[in-house]
Design a protein around this ligand. Structure first.
Ligand code: AMP
Ligand code: MG
Length: 334
């Protein structure tokens, strides 16, 4: 069953994957309106619900195993729907196991450090899924499109010599490789929105009073740089999609499809990690049995010594399909 789902998901996300070493031109290679043959929004909702369920299950195991961490990097142009994607895709997972950080214009303190410093401070711990709403990739996007950002970073002259962007790609690749080698998997999603769909979404934000807060004058100014961003993103995808941390370009013109795509890529990574609940050693099982005996002996007059075990036995007897989980004799539950 799990193998089957894993196979289907792998096939579904294949068209989004940026082949490491390939040269990407976003406008040519990726269609923002692609929907992989999923015709109906209703069917899409069902797929998303399935994805959310898989994520919840695997996130619990990831936390229990406490060995791997996962970093989800979300990049997009304005109005592509990063926030909504986080809200929907993570709707089923335990909030205790997830952290979300949005990165804005860097503070004076942040500018006083190397460019990866503020991102390194926010990395997820083992057992966690960390989400970056914008990320260190802004360092090759907004910083490249608006070079005054680079001036503010006050790099020494030697560090600005040569092709600074190629160097940043290499440094990011090295950093991601280091993280991956040490047990932190990185899932990188670019939510690919068309210029026309962005225009419509801006208008919606202006027309609906409850959405006005999402719109700022800066957004239209940035829209004027749409092509520059697309070019900078194409370069970034070409240079930083690696075997250890590939990029996925998710079609973003249909929000419902984008959410399925995002959930599927994250689910795929979790399934690859395949985290397991920690195994119980014989010694530990023995210890549990001893404690169990003590607790049963404390049962007041008339009470079942172990009401939970009685319940499990009843369920197993009913053959309600949960029998395989029932550790009736072993008592290793929990
Ligand atoms: P928002 O995500 O809409 O709240 O906007 C955050 C703003 O911070 C965007 O305009 C980004 O371009 C900007 N921003 C994020 N990271 C950086 C960075 N490293 N350097 C400069 N600006 C950034
Ligand atoms: Mg904004």
């Amino acid at each position: 069953m799990a193998d089957d789902a894993q196979h289907r998901i792998a096939e579904f996300i294949e068209p989004f994957r940026v082949e490491p070493g390939s040269k990407v031109k976003l406008g040519r290679d990726f269609d923002p309106a692609f929907k992989a043959g999923v015709k109906k929004k209703r069917k899409g909702r069902k797929l998303l619900a399935e994805g959310v369920k898989i994520l919840a299950e695997y996130q619990e195991r990831l936390a229990a195993q406490d060995t791997w961490g996962v970093l989800l990097v979300l990049q997009a142009l304005d109005a592509a729907g990063k926030d909504g994607t986080i809200r929907h895709v993570m709707s089923g997972v335990n909030p205790q196991g997830v952290s979300v950080h949005g990165f804005k214009v860097p503070s004076a303190e942040e500018l006083d450090h190397d460019f990866l410093w503020r991102y390194a401070k926010r990395l997820p711990a083992r057992g966690e899924i960390g989400i970056f709403n914008r990320s260190y990739y802004e360092e090759t996007l907004v910083v490249r499109v608006h070079p005054e950002n680079l001036d503010r970073q006050r790099l020494p002259r030697a560090a600005k010599k040569g092709d600074i962007w190629n160097r940043r790609y290499r440094e990011i690749n090295d950093w991601e490789r280091y993280l991956t080698d040490n047990g932190f998997r990185i899932v990188k999603l670019f939510l690919n929105l068309s210029k026309e769909e962005q225009r419509r979404r801006f208008l919606r934000r202006i027309d609906l009073p409850d959405h006005n807060w999402k719109f700022s004058a800066a957004d239209v100014r940035e829209r004027e740089c749409f092509d520059d961003y697309r070019k900078a993103m194409s370069e970034t995808l070409s240079h930083t999609s690696t075997e250890w941390a590939p990029w996925y370009v998710i079609p973003a013109d249909r929000k419902w499809f984008m959410r399925i795509g995002a959930a599927a890529v994250l689910a795929h990574t979790l399934m690859e990690i395949d985290p397991r609940f920690p195994a119980v050693s014989d010694e530990r099982r023995q210890q549990l049995q001893e404690v169990k005996g003590g607790l049963e002996a404390e049962a007041p007059d008339g009470a079942a010594p172990d009401p939970f075990e009685a319940e499990l036995r009843r369920k197993a007897g009913n053959g309600d399909g949960r029998a395989k989980d029932v550790p009736v004799a072993g008592g290793a539950a929990g």
